[in-house]
Design a protein around this ligand. Structure first.
Ligand code: C5P
Length: 230
């Protein structure tokens, strides 16, 4: 399946900013938004309740990584907030990922982070002592996530085909680093347009700055949504 709404990364520092941003959209427009560590640690479950009360879907991106028992209990608490999708680190292992799924108290999708895009192949070799290519490590982690029964992975659009081939076509590939034609890449190294992300089989796209920093965020969101669904 492919989610028709691009996920908007709510990368704002404060609750007030979120309220202001969401108020730009007509009340009947239901969005899919990403709440990350900064917002959640700064504001707690209240931010989730607020966004949820306006009928939006939530990707709670907290990237859990701990012993299986702890992750299982944490997932029970987080899924009780009634979010739609969450993340764990595949580096926590198959057992941890299984425990994450077992912990769900309400249904939600769980996807795994493989290698962070901030990790270079050299860093991975030196610091994690993984002596394969970065791509092999990403694919290996994706296979582990599939084995654990997770729904998919966060990956760069360039990795989608490889990951689907190694797992299955139903395995979710959620891709950030999306830029509509003509917009600034910012610190993203490898970007792809919404149209190309659709073509290569991404199931979800996450878009932050191109929307939240746009002069008219609502228009930009619709433009990106249209391109993603064309
Ligand atoms: O502003 P931009 O569209 O680059 O934001 C992309 C969002 O996706 C940010 O919240 C960023 O943290 C997140 N992300 C990413 N690359 C990853 C994982 C998450 O850009 N590999």
């Amino acid at each position: 399946m492919r989610e028709e709404r691009p996920i908007i990364a709510l990368d704002f520092p404060s609750f007030e900013d979120i309220k202001r941003f969401l108020a730009l959209f007509p009340e009947e427009e239901k969005l899919y938004v990403k709440i990350g560590m900064e917002l959640f640690y700064g504001n707690g479950p209240e931010i989730v309740h607020y966004v949820k009360s306006h009928g939006h879907s939530i990707f709670l991106d907290l990237k859990l990584h701990d012993i299986p028992n702890t992750v299982q209990s944490a997932m029970a608490m987080l899924s009780a907030l009634d979010v739609d999708m969450m993340t764990v680190h595949a580096a926590g292992g198959v057992e941890m990922m299984r425990a994450a799924k077992a912990g769900l108290s309400k249904p939600a999708k769980i996807i795994a982070v493989t290698q962070l895009t901030s990790t270079s192949e050299e860093n991975m070799r030196d610091w994690q002592n993984i002596q394969t290519s970065l791509q092999e490590s990403v694919v290996n982690y994706a296979k582990c996530a599939a084995e654990a029964g997770l729904d998919g992975v966060v990956c760069s659009a360039q990795e989608v085909e490889l990951i689907k081939t190694a797992t299955s076509n139903d395995f979710i590939c959620l891709t950030p680093g999306i830029r509509p034609k003509g917009s600034a890449a910012g610190d993203q190294k490898r970007v792809m347009t919404p149209y190309d992300a659709h073509q290569i089989g991404s199931n979800y796209i996450v878009v932050g700055r191109p929307i939240i920093q746009a002069e008219n965020p609502v228009d930009m969101y619709h433009k990106i949504k249209e391109e993603w669904n064309s």
